[in-house]
Design a protein around this ligand. Structure first.
Ligand code: 13P
Length: 260
């Protein structure tokens, strides 16, 4: 049975004080609860150290929002997988559409990052998704296929066990217009079938595929109860403790239902 993962991508939000103000109540709310879902928070780099300190001895995991594919050296402004490990990161978001759009990341670059992350024991949350223009011209599957093949190029079966995919349609990110449960299910089943063809069925069945794009407490359950939606990568709604807790709860309910 694959693991449901609810991850909060804070993007470029929250300084140190705001990190405290969010994580203390989150921790207090979840403490002692034996959840089926894995809860991950992905603060900006400047808050990773303090976040991992606050969340020490809890089940809440830490992820970064990006990393470089080299380990150290003259790469001004970059952060390496070794550094992320040293602040006890377990996850790293790679290839987010905002990285692709504003910072020129390509599938090839993301592929290098995925391999390096796994080499250092980090679990990459690899983002794929079509733009509105691509969806409207009927190219969604074609775009997803190209991205999935590109970002997973050359990975071994063993490496694939550590990969998480996030299907994030670009038109749904930060727009308040989420994919419908049917749209998410259709795209995510396509991704799973693609991975089965590229690797094997066992790997595809174990692969956690998250949905991301305007996930809210209101729509979370209907999305997460879809058979191929194994979690959420939440932006805006992950910045407020109450909203994030409700999404975690929706994930927990959906996860328990899928088990039975
Ligand atoms: P929103 O939930 O704000 O739409 O952002 C989604 C996202 O990009 C998560 O990585």
């Amino acid at each position: 049975m694959r693991k449901m993962i609810i991850a909060g991508n804070w993007k470029m939000n929250k300084d140190i004080k705001e990190t405290f103000d969010f994580l203390l109540p989150l921790k207090n709310n979840l403490i002692g609860q034996n959840l089926n879902v894995e809860v991950v928070v992905c603060p900006p780099f400047t808050s990773l150290f303090i976040a991992s300190d606050i969340l020490r001895e809890t089940n809440i995991k830490i992820g970064a929002q990006n990393m470089f594919y080299e380990v150290e050296g003259a790469y001004t402004g970059e952060i390496s997988p070794k550094m992320l490990k040293s602040v006890r990161c377990e996850y790293v978001i790679l290839g987010h559409s905002e990285r692709r759009r504003y910072f020129g990341e390509t599938d090839e670059i993301v592929n290098k990052k995925v391999k390096k992350a796994i080499e250092f024991g980090l679990k990459p949350i690899v983002c794929v998704g079509e733009t509105l223009e691509e969806r409207e011209s009927g190219e969604t599957f074609k775009v997803l296929e190209k991205q999935i093949k590109g970002v997973l190029e050359g990975l071994t079966y063993e490496q694939m066990r550590n990969v998480i995919i996030a299907y994030e349609p670009v038109w749904a990110i930060g727009t308040g217009r989420n994919a419908t449960p049917d749209q998410a299910q259709e795209a995510q089943r396509f991704i799973r079938e693609l991975v089965a063809g590229l690797f094997n069925d066992g790997i595809a069945q174990n692969l956690t595929i998250q949905y991301g794009g305007s996930v809210t407490p209101e729509n979370a359950y209907s999305l997460l109860s879809q058979p191929d939606v194994d979690g959420a990568l939440v932006g805006g709604a992950s910045l407020k403790v109450d909203a994030f807790l409700k999404i975690i709860k929706a994930g927990e309910t959906a996860s328990v239902e899928k088990k039975n």
